[in-house]
Write a protein that binds this ligand. Structure first.
Ligand SMILES: NC(=O)c1ccc[n+]([C@@H]2O[C@H](COP(=O)([O-])OP(=O)(O)OC[C@H]3O[C@@H](n4cnc5c(N)ncnc54)[C@H](O)[C@@H]3O)[C@@H](O)[C@H]2O)c1
Length: 301
């Protein structure tokens, strides 16, 4: 994630207890196209952090389109998580032949930088579904300051969310997965784990994503024999609502990013759908400690 030279302010972090709202939903049934059965998310309980908007929200959509009917949308504000679920339902009802009672979505308020908040979110998930199979740690923030200008309290908060938040999310996932036979955890790192973005300065962000990438490798080894797989998706420049807004004020920056990308364009959030379903599903059952870069070729030049 890279948002140009504009320093955007961070959301106010709530440290209140996790609250949840269970809502009954309905989703469309995907067209009856043949695909590899092991790619199906049918019967799997999924959880995505930072899922009220952006890439996390797109991962939820991909899981639903692949047959998932039990899903926890986790984000800082309960209302935003619930609204996201409702919007997804409305969209998914188009051409639907499924019944509302076939689906169960919970919108959870959780601050991933608080271990206690993450533990409460998992408790809600276990109380509701009794198990958790696939978890995506997508919550993350970015800011652009030069190293000399970056206030330390903001650096600390970035690491609390991007690094410690990913760790808390994964550790509680594994604790709950292992008694039920295992599961799949996916960290959303960034191409910034591998390269240095230009022209915008974002050293702590880049370092945080490199940490997330190596954390995934390390946890993958720790938990390999427990059947908990840990993998990474590293997106390049993606056109989320947020990046679109920022680039609207700086069209030159978009041209710069596109010119640095071999495919000559930014990615759409749905360009990550195949990778997320692959890593979350049984189709990747012998893959752990891997990184899939979805960056239009950025990292290879
Ligand atoms: N968009 C890109 O181009 C891009 C590229 C590479 C990597 N990424 C990574 O993908 C992930 C998602 O990025 P995005 O573009 O969707 O960002 P986004 O800002 O659109 O969405 C991030 C979500 O995380 C939530 N969040 C923030 N702090 C949180 C916290 N403490 N606890 C719980 N939720 C919190 C926000 O409320 C928001 O809903 C991030 O980890 C980001 O670093 C994004």
């Amino acid at each position: 994630m890279a948002f140009g030279l504009i320093s955007r302010s961070l959301p106010i972090i709530s440290r209140t207890a996790v609250r949840s709202c269970v809502i009954q939903t309905r989703f469309y049934s995907s067209p009856n196209k043949k695909t590899l059965p092991s790619l199906s998310m049918e019967g799997k309980v999924c959880m995505v952090t930072g899922a009220a908007r952006g890439l996390g929200n797109e991962f939820c959509r991909a899981f639903i389109q692949s047959g998932c009917t039990s899903l926890a949308i986790v984000d800082l504000k309960e209302q935003e998580a619930v609204d996201a679920a409702e919007a997804l339902v409305a969209e998914s009802c188009v051409n639907s032949n499924m019944k509302p009672e076939d689906f169960n979505i919970i919108g959870l308020e959780c601050d991933v930088s608080s271990e206690r908040s993450v533990q409460k979110a998992y408790q809600q998930i276990m109380d509701t579904f009794g198990r958790i199979d696939s978890v995506v740690a997508s919550a993350g923030i970015v800011e652009n300051y030069s190293a000399f200008d970056y206030p330390f309290d903001r650096i600390r908060r970035l690491y609390d969310i991007n690094v410690h938040g990913a760790f808390f999310t994964a550790r509680e996932a594994a604790r709950n997965m292992i008694p039920n036979g295992g599961g799949s955890i996916i960290f959303i790192a960034s191409m910034s784990a591998n390269i240095v973005n230009i022209p915008q300065p974002q050293t702590p962000y880049n370092a945080s994503k490199a940490a997330v990438k190596h954390m995934a490798s390390s946890l993958a080894v720790e938990w390999a024999k427990k059947n908990v797989r840990v993998n990474v998706i590293s997106p390049g420049y993606m056109l989320t609502k947020l990046t679109k807004t920022i680039l609207a004020h700086d069209p030159e920056l978009k041209k710069t990013w596109e010119s640095l990308t071999p495919m000559g364009k930014m990615g759409e959030p749905e360009d990550l759908s195949g990778a997320i379903v692959f890593l979350a599903s049984d189709a990747s059952r012998f893959i752990t400690g891997s990184e899939i870069r979805v960056d239009g070729g950025y990292c290879v030049i």
